[in-house]
Design a protein around this ligand. Structure first.
Ligand code: IMP
Length: 413
């Protein structure tokens, strides 16, 4: 059975979690896999079991009874946060039978979070606006081949032998580099105590997840690869250096799961009907006026992870078109169309990137569309906006989302 990859086509926060939840219920995926990023991502899931704020757990875990949730090798894991999520979800689901954590995923250590904060402070006005979750420094250690993998927790005493000099070295490096006389890192005894506890708690979940996924794929089981962040935050294809440190594309979903590229036959891009961005970096369709504020308030555009206000702007065709090319999109799902209701005119930004944008106008619609459940119930101008975007991007828009609920995802004929 071919795997499906769901990818963000803008700067993250496109509403992928909702799409994953909806898809995985309708198609009864047997495996839902997080393939990259870490606790910089965030999604809130509301269902009949309660409200869950998740950062590391795949959002498809609640999809159907028995869905296996996998945290793939491409993810960087803050063990404390993961254990909190395991604890929360474990009250409702038999998580020990459902969760697999790749032994090849990397661990975010206390110094990664400290370095993330200190580097950002030292950048001053040139800051990236990271989430402060230690993501960049953790991936930097991974690439420098000095990172710590989750599998090392299986022999925690051996890991501690390696960590003792490493902690000392990190302390010296940080103090020298940032000219700090005192830094906020645990002592070795504190770190050892924490890691022994975390190792014991995480042990049941640590597996060769890539091998398990490949067997599942060969057996024809349904796999959904759940992207984090968005293509424009990808380390290679995004607006470097204002990017995250992982691969946020469908190709990254293979690298971050251990599945071969040929396993993925369906790539669903998720894009908002407008654009948002958290943190610094280029955003040529940004609105700093009352329309931007209106989108922020109506769209509740505040970050799940940091609570920061998201920057808001018009839909930029070029961003989504380029993302569709990079990811090999087979379809696009357009979210939050309802947020644009009530605007007299809607602007669409297009034309080659890194050049002054061209801007077109289309008429808006005044009706609320949250209750529309079929395409023909949408106002003509809303339908025409969707069809205009589809023609400009050049990829089929298969569905639009018109509200926060699962049943507000409408099929586009
Ligand atoms: P980092 O991933 O914490 O290093 O942050 C790098 C950039 O990516 C910052 O601009 C963050 O705001 C942004 N970013 C990281 N993760 C997400 C996400 O899940 N949604 C939106 N923006 C994100």
């Amino acid at each position: 059975m071919p795997a499906t990859s769901i990818v963000g086509f803008q700067f993250g926060d496109e509403g992928k979690g909702k799409i994953v939840d909806w898809k995985s219920r309708d198609y009864a995926y047997e495996f839902v896999v997080r393939t990259g990023g870490g606790a910089n991502a965030g999604h809130t899931i509301e269902n009949d079991m309660g409200t869950f704020k998740l950062h590391l757990m795949p959002s498809g875990i609640f999809a159907s009874p028995g869905t296996n949730a996998v945290i793939g090798n491409g993810v960087v894991i803050d063990a404390e946060m993961l254990l909190k999520e395991i604890d929360d979800i474990g009250k409702k689901l038999p998580i020990e039978q459902l969760l697999l954590v790749s032994d090849k995923a990397h661990l975010v250590m206390p110094w990664h979070k400290l370095i993330d904060r200190l580097v950002e402070e030292s950048r001053g006005s040139g800051k990236i606006g990271t989430t402060g979750r230690g993501i960049g420094p953790c991936y930097a250690d991974k690439a420098s081949r000095v990172g710590i993998r989750v599998g090392e927790l299986l022999d925690v005493e051996q890991l501690l032998i390696k960590l003792s000099p490493m902690l000392h070295l990190k302390r010296c490096e940080i103090m020298a580099q940032f000219q700090q006389s005192k830094i906020d890192l645990p002592t070795f005894a504190e770190l050892a105590k924490t890691l022994r506890i975390q190792a014991a708690l995480l042990r049941p979940y640590i597996k060769d997840a890539g091998a398990i996924l490949r067997s599942a794929h060969q057996e024809g089981r349904k796999i959904l690869l759940e992207g984090a962040q968005g293509t424009m935050l990808d380390i290679d294809h995004g607006t470097y250096p204002y990017v995250t440190s992982s691969c946020a594309t469908s190709a990254g979903a293979c690298q971050g799961s251990g599945l071969p590229p040929s396993a993925i036959t369906r790539v669903i891009g998720v894009a908002k009907a407008y654009t948002t961005r958290v943190g610094e970096g280029p955003f040529r369709s940004e609105l700093t006026d009352e329309i931007g504020e209106r989108l922020r308030q109506i769209g509740k555009e505040f970050g799940t992870t940091t609570g920061r206000s998201r920057r808001c702007g018009w839909f930029d065709v070029e961003i989504v078109r380029e993302s569709a090319e990079i990811n090999g999109a087979t379809e696009i799902i357009l979210t939050k169309l309802d947020v644009l209701s009530g605007l007299p005119t809607i602007k669409i930004v297009y034309g080659p990137n890194r050049r002054p944008p061209q801007v077109g106008d289309v008429p808006g619609w005044q009706e609320t569309i949250e209750d529309a459940r079929t395409w023909d119930k949408l106002p003509e101008n809303a339908k025409s906006y969707v069809k205009t975007l589809e023609a400009m991007v050049g990829v089929r828009i298969s569905h639009v989302a018109t509200g926060p609920h699962r049943d507000s995802i409408i099929e586009v004929p």
